[in-house]
Design a protein around this ligand. Sequence first.
Ligand code: MN
Ligand code: MN
Length: 474
Amino acid sequence: MKENNEAEKLLDQLAFKTESAWERWGEDQREKIFNFADGYKKFLSRAKTERETNKYIIAEAKDRGFVTLDEISSLNPGAKLYFDNRGRSSALVILGRKPICEGFRLVGSHIDSPRLDLKARPLYEDEGLALFKTQYYGGIKKYQWPVQPLALHGVVVLANGQSIDICIGEGPEDPVFCISDLLPHLASEQLGKKAKDAVAGEALNVIVGNLPYPKNNDLKERVKLAVLKLLYDTYGFTEEDLVSADLVAVPAGAARDVGFDRSLVGGYGQDDRVCVYASLRGFFDLTLPKHTAICFFADREEVGSMGNTGARSQFLANVVAELINRTDVVTPELKVRQALARAEALSADVNAAMDPSYPQVSDKRNAARLGYGISLTKYTGGRGKSGASEASAEFMGQVRTLLNKHDIPWQTGDLGKVDEGGGGTIAQFLADLGMDVLDAGVPILSMHSPFELASKADIYAAYKAYKVFWQSEV
Ligand code: MN
Ligand code: MN
């Protein structure tokens, strides 16, 4: 008996235990967790593209007194700034008490999600239907996108430069759009294919109309013409205007509670808007930090972070250079480099949670689980850690100690078994700039699907974690 007690004591002292975030926080935190998730669902339901998300971020920041660099005469600790990169990526900054060249704290997430982009010449008619041709964006399982209500979001730029916002399919009275799929009766060939080939990319055609323009001699493609007329009458654009457009099809409808107990959130685009929202809310809660705090929102992560709004662009380095230029007498390039090299960052991106229906792809001892807190991922990549950066033991240790100190539930989360696959985040590109970076985000199920799943307890844990990371005086 005595020996047993001894062993238990030892276990308690030496073994690494993870605990359900729900249990760790107990009933008294439950209302806060659920309220937080309510705000998140509203955000998720209305911000479905990088443009809409960026617009939301900038509007919320302005409401809280954030200004552009041009609108402020002298930069003092506590100054609140926003940098808008082409309406598709942004950075919010709160100047800390220490000079920025001594380093800063950054939490970076991405505001783009997998979806179907319209091609430059999308509209055509076939078999009495008007359809849009699409090209998918990011890593999707193509068979998940047919036969579900889709909404159209984006902008169309007219010949005169005027930009027209489009959002059709989200209001209760709005029409939606959809992609057809074969009936099982005639799908024997399709069903014999590998899942990745079952739905071809060129079959992801969105049905947008069936009503022909009134008969007029032998005029062809009258359904297409009727759609064009409708678009012109309603929005004022022509077929050529669709060439200068960023129009995307995304799953229609609002984010929902999932489960009898309403403990989960289901909805499109939680990769990575769950970390976007958690970091944004944590950032707005900050009081004057010691280290300058940067909340960074990247576009184009799902396609490799390339492009002038992606994390590989010069945007972040330019923001730091602008800040140093305004807070220092001179701006040697060295100071910018020092600021970046001394910076610490959390790459706020979702990770794959252990799926009880597909346990074979995860190492159950190292995978994250829903409801066990924010997931810390030391490295991502695949095939022997390839294609990613890795957090140092020192930085990992610093973050872990910080979360423990603040009683924030966390867990580790590997992306799948060794050699099962892999993936990356913006972490490596922040690391390229010189920062210490750790991937820290919300674990989700059904990643990149039209209906992703997250636990409310983890969402709340992420919000708390990002906040203490920026606020920490260490
Ligand atoms: Mn992501
Ligand atoms: Mn992703």
